[in-house]
Design a protein around this ligand. Structure first.
Ligand SMILES: [Zn+2]
Length: 288
């Protein structure tokens, strides 16, 4: 019995270790102080000197604040505040989804990227400028899909020209590297926009039918930030996009059983991220 108990305990503790191995990043409650520095890539990276986005600002509000994923590079914080001011100018308030964890790194659920303090999700749904949601509402209000996926078209009952304006404004920021949206939304914009140049940065992806995902380029202060492949030229309103839409419609019409994806591994991070996570002194010594 005792042996069985010990064996069980061993099994339990070893599975705990592996389940939480990548999650030390989600347990760190505050950023590493100091000069802002993005290290690694969007899907395998971390950040030192991140700052917290204030939970409520002019024209925006952070949703799901209990997750503690509202940290980013100061340029990302400034970008969101600026987008908020623009929305406020039109009488609206943006709802802001996840940025990153205080020191970046992999999250136990929800995203593969958002690791280096340069990614932010912006809900399509907006609120009136003066309506600040309660602490309960920011945790409970649902993200509403803006597409009818089985029909391959936009849900016009939900869509608003304001959502298009927010996308376009973000795409036009020189700091923005790319934006991910559901392919059906991009297709609708391809069909309705007369000037499609700004659609170049708007990239088709799965999901992203209730929010868009903005990704900033590597900041000039971060020599160890790993950029992504550049976007091919053109507006992307092409056969590749049509294939994306077809795949999404097919997947919606005959859904496969949902399998929870395994969380991204912490093993792929640049070694210096260990210092960001664990050892501020070592980090200081690494400064150029
Ligand atoms: Zn995202």
């Amino acid at each position: 019995m005792v042996i069985q108990f010990i064996a069980l305990l061993f099994l339990f503790s070893s599975s705990m270790t592996s389940a939480y191995a990548g999650n030390a990043w989600s347990k760190i409650g505050y950023p590493l102080a100091g000069r802002p520095q993005v290290i690694g890539s969007y899907a395998a990276g971390c950040i030192a000197g991140a700052v917290a986005l204030p939970l409520v600002g002019d024209g925006y509000q952070v949703m799901r604040a209990s997750r503690n994923r509202y940290y980013g590079h100061p340029l990302l914080i400034r970008f969101i505040e600026e987008q908020g001011r623009q929305a406020a100018g039109h009488g609206n308030r943006l709802l802001i989804g996840d940025l990153g964890q205080p020191r970046g790194g992999p999250m136990p659920n929800g995203h593969r990227s958002h690791q280096s303090g340069l990614d932010v999700d912006v809900w399509f749904l907006q609120q009136p400028r003066d309506r600040v949601l309660s602490r309960t509402d920011i945790e409970r209000i649902d993200m509403l899909p803006m597409v009818r996926a089985t029909e391959g078209r936009l849900n016009h009952a939900r869509w608003s020209p304001y959502y298009r304006d927010a996308l376009k404004l973000a795409a036009q920021s020189p700091r923005v590297e790319r934006i991910f949206v559901n392919a059906i939304i991009k297709q609708a914009l391809c069909d309705s926009e007369t000037d499609r140049a700004w659609l170049n940065k708007v990239r088709p992806w799965w999901g992203h039918d209730a929010h868009f995902h903005v990704r900033l380029a590597c900041p000039p202060d971060s020599g160890q930030c790993k950029p992504q492949q550049p976007i091919p030229p053109g507006d992307g309103c092409d056969a590749d996009l049509a294939n994306w839409v077809r795949d999404i419609v097919q997947a919606a019409r005959s859904p496969k059983p949902y399998r929870k994806p395994s969380p991204p591994s912490a093993d792929r991070l640049p070694a210096i991220c260990n210092a960001v996570l664990n050892n501020p002194t070592a980090w200081d010594m690494q400064r150029p």
